[in-house]
Design a protein around this ligand. Structure first.
Ligand code: BJW
Length: 245
């Protein structure tokens, strides 16, 4: 099955952990959604961080360390090629925090859930900063700027946890794209279980404006019946030939 685009088609891609699986990044709900015996929803939450910041930092430090050898795969590259054809008629909304779309060369990217390789202070208004450190100490990292001012404040990963709002402007940009595309919208969700909102609601938003929706996934997720078309298969093998010339 192939997606036929017209000269007025506007493509919104939503990617999830499945697109990075072939790069060797475990999907979010691998291993039954557990990390070292902890429910991922607990570790990736403000409550989990308040209870045990060192445990949460170990989770994110291990993921940072693992990224050192990871490179984008054919699925990421196929989306770069599609963007090169469509220009401003293309937008990529990713739930992934691994940075692989940007590493592959995608430019019109909205990182809905933040970025693994960035940290920010839990207290001061210092902007989030690039941080690839996999912290090994037995204490959670602290904000250097706050320390200079004589107070203690934890650093945290610049990630959107459950119950937290998405970064300012992120949903506005996606919604504006959907609204302006209207019936020309072609929504393509790739490698996502469709469990986490607001990303999981984009297929319904597509239907509301009269657009068409496609899902590319290894297996049918919970919300598969919400899509007009479902293509089952690994993203890296499927995406390079998904869009008809
Ligand atoms: C392959 C493959 C291959 C494998 N090829 N495929 C409406 C209704 C109900 C609840 C809510 C709602 N709105 C909000 C909520 C609450 C909550 C939520 O959604 N809860 C649900 C669990 C019910 N949402 C939130 O809290 C969000 N915030 C919010 O809405 O704020 C509102 C607000 C406003 C104002 C003030 C305050 C609040 C925030 C959600 C943040 C999610 N964060 C996480 C963790 C942090 C990131 C990290 O550490 O990595 O993001 S959760 C986790 O799930 C992660 C992922 O980005 C996200 C989605 O997972 P994804 O990508 O779908 O991965 P998997 O593993 O689940 O699935 C992979 C799929 O790929 C599988 O289907 C495989 O088959 C497939 N696959 N290999 C193709 N090779």
């Amino acid at each position: 099955m192939r997606i036929s685009l017209t000269p007025t088609s506007r493509v919104l891609v939503l990617s999830g952990a499945g697109i990075s699986a072939e790069s060797g990044v475990p999907t979010f709900r691998d291993a039954g959604g557990l990390w070292e015996g902890h429910a991922v929803e607990v570790v990736a939450s403000p409550e989990g961080f308040a209870n045990d910041p060192l445990l949460v930092w170990k989770f994110y430090s291990s993921r940072r360390a693992r990224m050192a050898d990871v490179v984008p795969n054919a699925g990421h590259h196929a989306l770069v090629a599609l963007e090169a054809e469509l220009g401003d008629r293309y937008l990529l909304a990713t739930q992934n925090v691994d940075g692989l779309h940007v590493a592959a060369g995608s430019q019109r990217v909205v990182e809905m859930h933040g970025t693994l390789m960035r940290s920010r202070c839990t207290r001061c208004d210092r902007p989030a900063f690039a941080d690839t450190t996999a912290y090994r100490d037995n204490v959670a990292p602290m904000c250097g700027r706050c320390r200079e001012r004589g107070r203690d404040a934890l650093l945290r990963p610049d990630i959107v946890w459950f119950g937290e709002a998405l970064p300012i402007g992120v949903l506005d940009r996606i919604e504006a794209f959907i609204t302006s595309a209207g019936r020309d919208l072609v929504f393509v969700a790739i490698g996502t279980s469709g469990l986490v909102y607001p990303a999981a609601g984009l297929v319904d938003a597509t239907r509301k404006v009269g657009g068409q929706s496609w899902l590319v996934n290894l297996e049918p997720p919970a919300n598969a019946t919400s899509f007009d078309h479902v293509v089952l298969g690994p993203a890296g093998a499927t995406l390079p030939t998904l869009f008809a010339p």
